[in-house]
Design a protein around this ligand. Sequence first.
Ligand code: FPP
Ligand code: MG
Ligand code: MG
Length: 340
Amino acid sequence: RLTAKEQLDPFALIKDEVSEVTDRLRSMVVAEVPELTSAAGYFFRAGAEGKRTCPTVLLLMASAVSMEMTDGLENKPRARHMHVAEITEMIHISSLIHDDVLDDADTRCGMDSLNFTVGKKLAVLAGDFLLFRAFSAAVSLDNTEVVSLLATAVNNLVTGELMQMSITPAQCCSMDYYLQKTYYKTAALISNSCKAIAVLTGQTTEVQALAYQYGRHLGIAYQLIDDILDFTGTSASLGKASLSDIHQGIVIAPILFAMEEFPELREIVEQGFDDSSNVEMALKYLSKSQGIERTRLLAAEHAKLAAGAIDGLPESQDQVILNSRQALKDLTQKRFGTRA
Ligand code: FPP
Ligand code: MG
Ligand code: MG
């Protein structure tokens, strides 16, 4: 039995199902070669599971858009929704593993990164293997639209990563470019997966679009908060070094807003941050500006749009459906920590 408070706690609401997803993920990543099994399972082993935000959102979405709730986890649509949660988590982890190779990162979520632990080569292959596992599970759902949504998400992840890698000084200063890249890198997977959930439920195109919009705005809000934390968080709370974006030369929303107030910052940004005096100057401008506050406001706007998408869903009297919707709305208000 859940207490009244737990009933609305998004994580408590579906805690058991999320751990079921976590268990199944472990068995899904078994490969022919033991080294590959342990590398691919690195972020799925006990104690290393992370917050499982994607499965949480997707399982809540599944309840939120269901037409009538049937009890019990045995029911078939629920099992299919849980598969989408597993697939999405595998794609997510695969993208982080590859990202850490590209970034030469030593840590991920407060742990050693996979490339640090087993080397680049095995890490790349483990990421590839997870992606293959995700898609073979997706094919088993026997729904081409769902497979195509997931393929779009992976394409967007790759495009976003490339947009960041190949950015020109002019694109560095563009908020539009930043938001497009952010959507691809951080929001496209959850938005397309939310839509896949609605598709599998047999929902109308209107409901599919609302599910998609929820994921899109939630993902963007999430990233904007992450951007703020990169400046305000401590490395202990982040599980990675703070100020990591600017040190990697990545221009994020607070700096872009600061640049609007102090156009002289533009020249510094265009020069890049290889020179540490440029980092210092940018931070000085940032602290004089409303950059952090305006980023917070933009995140709040996206959070509100995400909540609005939930409010747009067709009326329901079912308490489980209504609780799940409330939990999804509460998630938009939560201040997330770090990724994964
Ligand atoms: C984290 O970015 C990276 C991502 C959210 C996506 C990375 C995508 C790829 C590597 C493309 C390949 C995709 C697949 C599915 C294999 P970050 O480096 O800005 O942030 P972080 O390292 O601090 O989390
Ligand atoms: Mg990275
Ligand atoms: Mg990266």
